[in-house]
Write a protein that binds this ligand. Structure first.
Ligand code: EPZ
Length: 427
């Protein structure tokens, strides 16, 4: 894996508009849905990020073919991706794929549903804490799959999945998505309860319906799926990435900045807008766009990460960086992952004053940030460190920065367009 260093000369005001790409966390399950039919899926507004490239490569290894256009999003047609899986040759997810993105677990349900077998390399531990998949496996076992560990692989087999009435023991985004896809081809009706309510789940459901699946919501946390014998090809446009939009909206709240975020869905960011209002940040919400201007004294606030529609854990690190500029003590409680404060040590090297106590971080502000050499560990921490570097006086260098490209389409380019002095060099 090529690696990069991002260097930033901070303290320059950001001004202008930034367009939001398609949601990585909607496109990933929607790519996995290619396994559910021999016909082509055509996805528009697919973000050009590493996790998508890895998932597309995994699908090609399973037998998927790009038809006509180049099958990767950065092909000649940019953000449009067209893939078909005429037959699913080898239902295997290798360690290389599983190590690069945990989202490869999303292939488990579709492979089982399509050909009754799946071998998935156990996704290694990842930098934001233990990432269990026991809820995924419990649901698939209840649907009739026999699942056992063989070395570093998880092997799942079943003649045909059958519909169940299943309540998730806890909220899981990819677990909900895995079982929605498995149920679409199962025998009989499946009722999934206590499902994740993230917008990306509903976007996947919309694609499944376009493919001929019988999927409908029953309230906010329950889906009813009547299994079909087969699904057909479809075209679908991926929803905008609310986490990318929230990241740039937060960037606009730093002193001296004035950023318009376009192509986002305000309804998906209610919890962030509430926190920014509590901080007295200068944010305007328009149709499909936001505008944030720094310059007001920011009040401290308290945030707890929760499943949607609560405050998203994927914006926790970025908000923590903004909290370093608030006038007082802010509190951050991370309840989704057990190790998602890796950015705190790095932010403190920039001059922040953050103290972690268990699942809570106390952020004392305002802190005058100065440049430093940092090393990032995960995708969203990378974004938090970039925001810190933009606010810091002097030069900040962020090592291991390939992480940023896993989930943000051309962030350095988008920030340069806003006036940032930011460059990338190979490590
Ligand atoms: C999805 O991960 C997202 N990834 C994550 O975004 C996001 O942080 C997370 O949801 C929470 O919103 C994709 O959609 C590809 P979970 P996922 O299953 O599905 C526990 C990013 O930066 N759990 O909702 O893997 C789990 O340990 C990424 O874009 C179980 O115990 O998360 C965690 O504590 C990072 N057993 C919590 O639930 C299970 O079987 C939420 O996990 C599944 C989950």
């Amino acid at each position: 894996m090529r690696n990069f260093i991002i260097s930033i000369r901070g303290g320059r005001p950001l001004a202008g508009s930034v367009a939001v790409a398609g949601a990585k966390n909607a496109a990933l399950p929607e790519l996995a849905a290619v396994c559910l039919t021999p016909e082509a899926l055509e996805l528009a507004n697919v973000p050009q990020v590493e996790d998508i490239r890895v998932m597309a490569a995994a699908l090609r290894a399973l037998g998927a073919e790009g038809q006509g256009e180049d099958a990767l999003p950065d092909g000649p047609r940019g953000h449009r991706l067209r893939l078909a899986m005429p037959q699913l040759r080898a239902p295997l997810v290798t360690p290389e794929i599983a190590r690069t993105t945990r989202a490869s677990v999303l292939l488990l349900g579709p492979m089982l549903a399509r050909c009754g077998e799946a071998r998935v390399s156990m996704p290694g531990g990842c930098p934001i804490g233990e990432r269990k998949i026991d809820f995924h496996l419990l649901g698939l076992q209840r649907m009739g799959a026999e699942i056992r560990a063989e070395g570093e692989y998880l092997v799942a087999r079943c003649r045909r999945l059958r519909g169940i009435d299943f309540s998730f023991p806890g909220k899981t985004v990819t677990g909900t998505e895995n079982l929605l896809m498995a149920a679409a081809l199962a025998e009989g009706t499946t009722v999934l309860r206590n499902c994740a309510r993230e917008p990306e789940v509903a976007d996947l459901a919309a694609l499944l319906v376009a493919m001929g699946a019988d999927v409908e919501p029953d309230g906010e946390e329950t889906w009813v799926v009547r299994g079909r014998e087969a699904l057909h090809g479809a075209r679908h446009r991926v929803i905008p990435d609310r986490i990318e939009a929230g990241t740039y909206l937060i960037a606009g709240c730093f002193a001296g900045n004035d950023v318009r975020v376009e192509g986002a869905e305000p309804a998906h960011l209610g919890s962030l807008l509430e926190i920014l209002a509590a901080m007295d940040a200068d944010v305007e919400v328009g149709a499909g766009a936001f505008r944030a201007r720094g310059g007001r004294r920011l009040r401290p606030a308290a945030v707890v990460t929760e499943p949607y529609p609560g405050f998203p854990t994927d914006l926790q690190a970025q908000l923590t960086t903004l909290f370093t500029q608030a006038d007082g003590v802010s509190r951050v409680r991370e309840t989704i992952f057990n190790d998602r404060f890796r950015h705190v040590g790095e932010l403190n090297r920039l001059g922040a004053a953050i103290e972690v106590r268990g699942d809570e971080a106390l952020v004392r502000g305002p802190a005058r940030l100065h440049g430093a050499v940092l090393r990032t560990t995960d995708l969203r921490a990378s974004a938090a460190l970039v925001l810190g570097g933009l606010a810091a006086a002097g030069e900040t260098r962020i090592e291991n920065a390939y992480q940023l490209f896993r989930g943000y389409e051309d962030m350095p380019g988008k920030l340069q367009a806003l006036g940032a002095e930011i460059a990338i060099e190979e490590e």
